[in-house]
Design a protein around this ligand. Sequence first.
Ligand code: PEP
Length: 249
Amino acid sequence: MTEMRRLIAGNWKMNGVGSALTEAEALAEALKAGPAAMRVALCPPATLIERLARTVEGSAVEVGGQDCRAEASGAFTGDVAAAMLADAGAGLVILGHSERRSFHGETDADVAAKVGAALAAGLEPIVCVGETLEQREAGQAVTVVQAQVAGSLPDALIGKAFAVAYEPVWAIGTGLTPTVEQIEEVHRAVRAAMVERLGETARKAPILYGGSVKPSNAAEILNTPEVGGALVGGASLKAADFLGIIRAA
Ligand code: PEP
């Protein structure tokens, strides 16, 4: 496995129709003119993956999905298989996002099964973990994320390219962010749990921070020890904001 570069990934969530591709185009153009020091990816809704992949073709912008089914095919109305994402042009996939865990009841075991499916389809998983406000206030942030890491990362990841994203649930879309000391503490704990689960090769996988990252706080967050990039929601929808984060990194 080659050393992984830092990664800034944009999660468009359930936002965007064809007209949003102009933002992807602007991002790709800007990165052609002034390449980023890090890997940059956009994860649009599944309906836009193929068109977005064509839009950014030849640029440094990579493309990802936001979820996949653990099964390879079958009677699962409305779901998307990992191989379908890859066929549409995705190279990465976000798995276990807190919105999937809360709105769809996904467990760590579900996430681990999806990771296996993603790897089998040649996709690079970005596995999300993070505590709720209640859990943080109860002093459980570290134990919660370590348990999520232990349960969500299958053996199949050993030696493979992947990332973990630490996304405190209370920081997603709220404008709230942990202090850099809190981010560093949890990222170190996530790293320890990754190494315990998968062995020393897990040191090569970046740990992204996610939760209200914007151009004004990106430099401080991205320069925190053990922060290997960012998973960005709202601020990835506009090329100018996303570029502000990429340039700050
Ligand atoms: C996310 O949902 O992954 C996220 C980090 O969202 P936001 O940046 O909007 O907080």
